[in-house]
Design a protein around this ligand. Structure first.
Ligand code: PLP
Length: 358
């Protein structure tokens, strides 16, 4: 018998982000600020001191300290990862056992179900309300009636751009025995500060069934460096550190993260400008939606992107690509990351042209 791939691998396709040289990239929810412009010298000076022949610090202590100071969280509740993607992989593979039920929501971040399937979990998906909000009581009932071992969702949500209020998330945590994994990748954009009023990150010490995921890929602007964190109880944190691969965050990323997270003022200014541009983009799209019925719904946003429902998603997406503007299409929805002022202006102008030609 020739060797053949098992059934979970045989139809798996490598992750396929939009590639190519597009003039304007509004497809991946990255920050439009390149941190290097501001901090490159500091970063490079620190990187030059690294002993490249030596393994990195397995617990990324200095990076964890910078994160701990930035978000005001105890250090022994924090685990650093190679992007929060890696942390999702560690949690789904190690905190759950083969055949355990993991609950995801729809629409939500696709990686949760991806890893759940890869690790042979029983992946269930609960549909959100038609307006894409989440009925927390329904979620609680589902978890309890179906012996859900873990429930994972993004808050605020990628791709819907909507948030679930803190009170509801706490209610969920308190009323299920499932592990609740709250991916707060975009929480930095909601409220008055990084991880503001609606975050449950400060509650991680209180509940053994809560893990909060954070990333430096969005508001912190370090998507290239692959830095993510899990914040959870001391007990869970010890387990996470024991289960992860020893050198999961490299020395260069540890330095980049440490230096950048130490610059709160700069990061706050960037955050405010991103939110300002997000509002401008949102207002521009609302205006177009009043003019063109093809744009059916523009969802409220507490993230750095705008989510739109339109039956013309395909046509709009392709027409924008022809104009060298990349956004994200998901079925009858479009997700557009806030760019800088010029990028948003160009996007809105192009969108108007396209809609005018329908
Ligand atoms: C972008 C994003 C992440 C970040 O992933 P990294 O691996 O840290 O870059 C995590 N969760 C959601 C929902 C995201 O949109």
């Amino acid at each position: 018998m020739p060797y053949s791939l098992n059934k979970k691998l045989v139809n798996l396709k490598p992750y396929d982000p939009i590639q190519g040289n597009y003039k304007i990239r509004l497809d991946a929810n990255e920050s439009f600020f390149n941190v290097n412009e501001i901090l490159s010298e500091k970063v490079l000076t620190e990187i030059a001191k690294i002993n490249l022949n030596r393994y990195p610090d397995p617990y990324a202590e200095e990076l964890v300290k910078a994160f701990s100071d930035f978000y005001e969280i105890e250090r022994d509740l924090i685990t650093a990862g190679n992007g929060s993607d890696e942390i999702i992989s560690i949690i789904t593979s190690c905190f759950l056992e083969k055949g355990d039920t993991i609950l995801t929501l729809s629409n939500d971040f696709s990686m949760y179900a991806f890893y759940g399937n890869l690790y042979e979990l029983n992946v269930k998906c609960l549909e959100k309300n038609t307006d894409l909000t989440v009925d927390v009581d329904k979620l609680i009932a589902y978890c309890n009636e179906n012996s859900v071992k873990a429930v994972i969702f993004s808050n605020p949500c990628n791709p819907t751009s909507l948030g679930i209020c803190r009170e509801d998330v706490l209610k969920l945590i308190q009323n299920v025995s499932s592990l609740v994994i709250v991916d707060e990748a975009y929480m930095d954009f909601w409220g008055s500060d990084f991880c503001g009023e609606e975050s449950v990150i400060k509650n991680t010490g209180d509940y053994d069934n809560l893990i909060v995921l954070k990333t430096c890929s969005k508001a912190i602007g370090l998507a290239a460096a692959r830095i993510g964190f899990a914040v959870s109880s001391k007990k869970n944190t010890i387990a996470l550190k024991a289960a992860k691969s020893p050198y999961n965050t490299d020395s260069i990323s540890q330095i980049v993260g440490k230096v950048v997270l130490s610059e709160k003022k700069i990061l706050q200014n960037m955050r405010n400008e991103i939110i300002f541009q997000r509002d401008e983009l949102y207002k521009g799209i609302i205006k177009l939606s009043q003019q063109f019925e093809q744009i059916e719904v523009v969802y409220n946003t507490v993230t750095n992107f705008v989510f739109i429902k339109t039956s013309f998603a395909d046509a709009i997406f392709n027409s924008l690509l022809k104009k060298s503007i990349a956004i994200r299409k998901m079925g009858n929805y479009l997700r557009i990351t806030a760019g800088n002022k010029a990028e948003n202006k160009e996007l809105l102008k192009s969108l108007e042209e396209i809609l005018n030609n329908f």
